[in-house]
Structures are given as C-alpha cells and as structure tokens.
Design a binder for this molecule. Sequence first.
Ligand code: GLA
Length: 385
Amino acid sequence: MTPQDQALYDTVSASFTACFGHAPEFVARAPGRVNLIGEHTDYNDGFVLPCAIGPATMVAVSKRDDDIVDVVAADFGGARDRFNLQTPLERNSRQPWADYVRGMISALQNEGYALSGAQIAIAGNLPKGAGLSSSASLEVALGKAMLALAGTDIDNTRLAQIAQMAECDFVGTKCGIMDQLISAQGKEGHALLIDCRSLELTDAPVPDDVAIMIVHSGVTRGLVDGHYNERRRQCEAAAAAVGVSALRDADLDMLAAAGLDATTTKRARHVITENQRTLDAADALARSDLAALGELMVQSHASMRDDFEITVPPIDELVVLLQEAIGFNGGARMTGGGFGGACVAIMAATQVAEVRSAIEAAYITPDGKTPLIMIERPGPGVAII
Ligand code: GLA
C-alpha cells in the first residue's frame, strides 16, 4: 500500500470502528481519474484517454442482519445517512454525497443484485469539485464493497456500467461511461484508450520519464448544474440532424452539409475534432512524442473554450501559464466536464520542478490561494484491499 492509501485506510477504518464498534468485513478502494484528452466524447460513442490516479475513495462495510443501510461519511464531519432497502429510495437534497450511495445501491438492486443491509463508512482524499471523479470513485468502490458483502463479484466493466446508471438515473447527471470505467479498470503505469461504443480498452503506457501534473484552478464545479446535460442534448440534436446514431459517426463534411445553427455546429465540431485528436494523442504517447501530444492538448483546450464553451477565465489563464512554462515539449488543457475544476499538463519529468515554481509564482486561485498541484503516475482500478 502507498503511504497515501495507508493514511486513507486508517481514516476509513477508524471512522467505521468509532461508529459501529467493530472492524469492517471489507474495505474497497476505487481511484479518481485524470483525462489526458477526449472530453465530452464518451457519451457521443467516441474515444477518451484517461488514467486512474493515486487519490481515491475507500468504502468500509459490514453486513447487517436486516434491510437497514447505515452510512457515515468521514469527510463530511461524520454525517450520517440511513435508509431501508425495501423502501424505494429518494434523493436527499440536504446531503448530496448520500445520493451517490443511494443511487449506487438502487442501481445494483434494479439490476437484480440481492443486497443485505450494511454498515458503511466512506472516506476519500480526492479534492472535491476538481473534476477528478470523486463521485465516480465513490460509486465504484461502494458497488465493489456491497457486492463483496453479497458474496458476488462481477466484471469491472459491468460494475462501471451500473455506476453510470446510478449517476444518470438517480443523481440526474446524464454522464458518459469514462469516469466509472477508468475507476473500475485503471491500470498501473498506463492510460487507457477507451472506445466508448464497444468499451474496448487499449493500454497506453505512460513512460516513467513523462510526468502528469494536475493543477486545481480553485474554481469548484458541480456537474448537476444543468450545463452538462445541456451539452449532451445539443450533441444528440446534432447527431439526429446529421442522420447518425452518434457524433462518433459524423465528419466535418457531413456536419457542414447538415446546415445546423451556429451553436449546434460548434458543439458538434468540438466532438468530431476531439475524437480524432484523442486517437492521434494515443499514437503520440506511444511514440513518446511529447511535442505532438502537447500540440493536440493545446488544440483540445481551444476547442473546449471556443466551440464547446465549457471553460472559465481562470482555467484559460492557468492553461496559458502552464503552456508557457512547459514550452513546446508537452502541453496543458482543462480536464473533466468543465466550468471549473483542474487542468492536466504533460511534460518531461525533468521539467516538473521548474513548471511547479512557475505556476506557484504566477497563478492564484479566485480565493487568493496558491493552487493545489499534484504529480501523478497512473494507478490501478478498483479492488478490495
Ligand atoms: C464528466 C462525465 C464524463 C465525461 C466528462 C467530459 O466527467 O462524468 O462522462 O463526459 O465529464 O469528458
């Protein structure tokens, strides 16, 4: 176990024991993720290139003999949620974290898994609202833990699909499969090129001398705020107008021929060009061609800013600063759903110290602080630990 995982394990175990008076039967861990490139392509049946990271969510569980689920959230001051598995679950607007628990448990039940009542403690060390998939990691870890209690294990891709249902059907964010799938299937030392139509995973090794830097802009985001679902609707409208089942199947000529309004055209253009950039980026990474990869990241950011319109000024500023500090041998872009969150940068490992000090000197978060900077290696996906 890494020291970071050990500290999280100690936190979740201590929280469980303090609440329930005994040690848990199982602890599941699922990581957050950073997406290197391929944004808002997943729900268009396209390609993404994420990797799992070190920070994660851990879920400690023990069985109860009845149908009660009793949950404690260590990160929210020991907040509790309690519900009965036999009663239809509803959203709990006072405790948004609990919706991911209720949503995942409902989704597992809807898919026919017989769950028992449980005592559950949750703790995570992912920054919230950074676009690093703390919610997906919670859903995936909880699913793994609840299935372990039920004496079952399922394929991790299937687990990710059920976690996506939790988010789409219960929480109400009509997300794609990327976050849940990489949290479930992440592979140490590798990013994964994911074909979001076939769910085929292709290993994309990240060489040891290539660094992945994540910088949190300090602008926190909430996906449930409607912008995300609006973008998805626009993409679906564009696909329908072009006459394809998903924008994955469209090209720029087909888009031009469809004569769509200016906004819908821009949205679709982002998705069509981003799909190609993602495939090209996987090739560039395989060749360790940081200059080509960097150029694709620059283009990806410009497309998110100008065509998909999901960036915000502090993020645009941070990307410019990162790009200036990195130069031509690497690149930076916003990562995740947008409207705040973090930027991802790729560079030679030898450049990390210099880029870090440049950013610490030049960027302050909207509330006047030095930004959180993380240097990550791709880590493994969900597991019982
Ligand atoms: C969020 C969603 C993902 C994906 C990204 C954008 O993270 O959960 O499914 O759409 O935004 O790439």
